[in-house]
Design a protein around this ligand. Structure first.
Ligand code: ATR
Length: 290
C-alpha cells in the first residue's frame, strides 16, 4: 500500500508489543478493503499511559488497541466508556470521538462472535469458567449479559473466584454467579454445561497440562472453549473431544477482537469471507498447520 499524506494511523499500546499479531490483522484488513490506514505497535512503559493516550489524540490517531499491562489504567484517560467495558473494568480498544477516546472491550465481543460462529448460545445455559484472572472476569460478565442461567467460576484460589462472582452478581442484580474451588470439578453435580477455559495452564510449551483433569467433569459437559490458541489443540480440548464433546481454541476470539476494533474505528462491517482470509493469515503467521 501507499503511505501518503492522508494515511490514518492506528496502533497498539502495551508492553511488550513486539510479538503481537494485531499488525497482521489490521494491516491485512486495510489492504483487503483498500482503506488508507496503517497499524503499528507502540511500546508504552507503565506510568506513561496518560501521556501516550493524550499524545495519540493530539496526533490525530484514529484508534488504539491496548494490551497488558494497561487495560485497567487506560480507563482513567477516556472521555467515554462502553457500559460492558466499564462493568468489566478493562478496555482493549480506544475509538476516537469528539474531545477524546471512548473505550471498549472487544476481547469480549471477540469471544461472543466466536461462540456464535461455532453455534454455542449461552442463553439459559449453565456456564463453567475455569480460572479467575482478567480474562475470566470479562467472560463472566459476557455470560451474565448473554443471560446464562448459572455461572460457576472455578479457580485454584477461591477468593479470586468469589470476587468475580460478587462483581457479576452486583452487575446482574441477581445471584447467578458462584465461586468454586477447581479441585471440586470431579464432584461437580451439574450437566450439559458450557466450559470456558481461561487459565494459563496448557499454554505452549506446557502442551500436555490442563487445570482440570477429572474425567467426570468432561463427561458431563456439553461443549468447551479454551482461550489458548498455542497449541492449536490444547490438552483441555483433547480431553473434551475424548469424551465426545466439541471443543474450540481461542484463535477466533483473537481474530474477532481485532475485527470488532477495526469495525469500530472505520464504522464498517467486515464480511465473514474477509474474516476467513485474515484467519488463514494469522495461522500462517503463527506457524499453525492443520
Ligand atoms: P489473565 O489475566 O490472562 O486471565 P491471570 O490473571 O494471570 O491471567 O490468571 C491466570 C489464571 O490461571 C488464574 O486463575 C490462576 O489461578 P490462581 O488465581 O489460583 O493463581 C490460573 N492458574 C495459573 N496456573 C495455574 C495452575 N498451575 N493450576 C491452576 N490454575 C492456575
Amino acid at each position: 500500500m501507499d503511505i501518503n499524506g492522508t494515511t490514518r494511523v492506528c496502533g497498539l499500546i502495551g508492553n511488550p508489543v513486539a510479538h503481537s499479531i494485531s499488525p497482521v490483522i489490521h494491516n491485512r484488513l486495510a489492504g483487503l478493503r483498500g482503506d488508507n490506514l496503517v497499524y503499528a505497535t507502540f511500546k508504552v512503559e507503565a506510568g506513561n499511559v496518560a501521556e501516550a493516550v493524550k499524545g495519540a489524540y493530539a496526533l490525530d490517531i484514529l484508534g488504539l488497541n491496548v494490551t497488558v499491562p494497561h487495560k485497567q489504567a487506560v480507563i482513567d484517560e477516556l472521555v467515554d466508556i462502553d457500559e460492558l467495558a466499564a462493568a468489566i473494568g478493562a478496555v482493549n480498544t480506544l475509538v476516537r470521538t469528539e474531545g477524546g477516546f471512548k473505550g471498549y472491550n472487544t476481547d469480549i465481543l471477540g469471544l461472543d462472535r466466536e461462540l456464535s460462529d461455532v453455534g454455542i448460545s449461552l442463553e439459559d445455559k449453565c456456564v463453567v469458567i475455569i480460572g479467575a484472572g482478567g480474562a475470566a472476569r470479562a467472560i463472566a460478565f459476557l455470560c451474565a449479559g448473554k443471560k446464562a442461567s448459572e455461572i460457576y467460576i472455578m479457580n485454584r484460589t477461591l477468593e479470586k473466584a468469589q470476587n468475580i462472582a460478587d462483581a457479576v452478581n452486583e452487575y446482574a442484580k441477581k445471584d447467578i454467579a458462584k465461586a468454586a474451588g477447581i479441585s471440586e470439578c470431579g464432584s461437580f453435580d451439574k450437566k450439559d454445561y458450557i466450559v470456558i477455559q481461561t487459565t494459563s495452564v496448557g499454554l505452549h510449551p506446557h502442551d500436555d497440562e490442563t487445570a482440570v483433569t477429572a474425567d467426570e467433569f468432561y463427561e458431563n459437559a456439553a461443549a468447551g472453549v479454551d482461550i489458548i490458541y498455542n497449541p492449536y489443540e490444547t490438552m483441555f480440548m483433547k480431553l473434551m473431544k475424548k469424551h465426545g464433546k466439541p471443543a474450540y481454541n481461542g484463535l477466533k476470539m483473537l481474530l474477532y477482537q481485532g475485527v470488532a476494533a477495526y469495525e469500530l474505528w472505520n464504522d464498517c462491517k467486515i464480511s465473514s469471507d474477509m474474516a476467513d482470509i485474515i484467519y488463514e493469515d494469522m495461522k500462517k503467521e503463527l506457524g499453525i498447520s492443520e
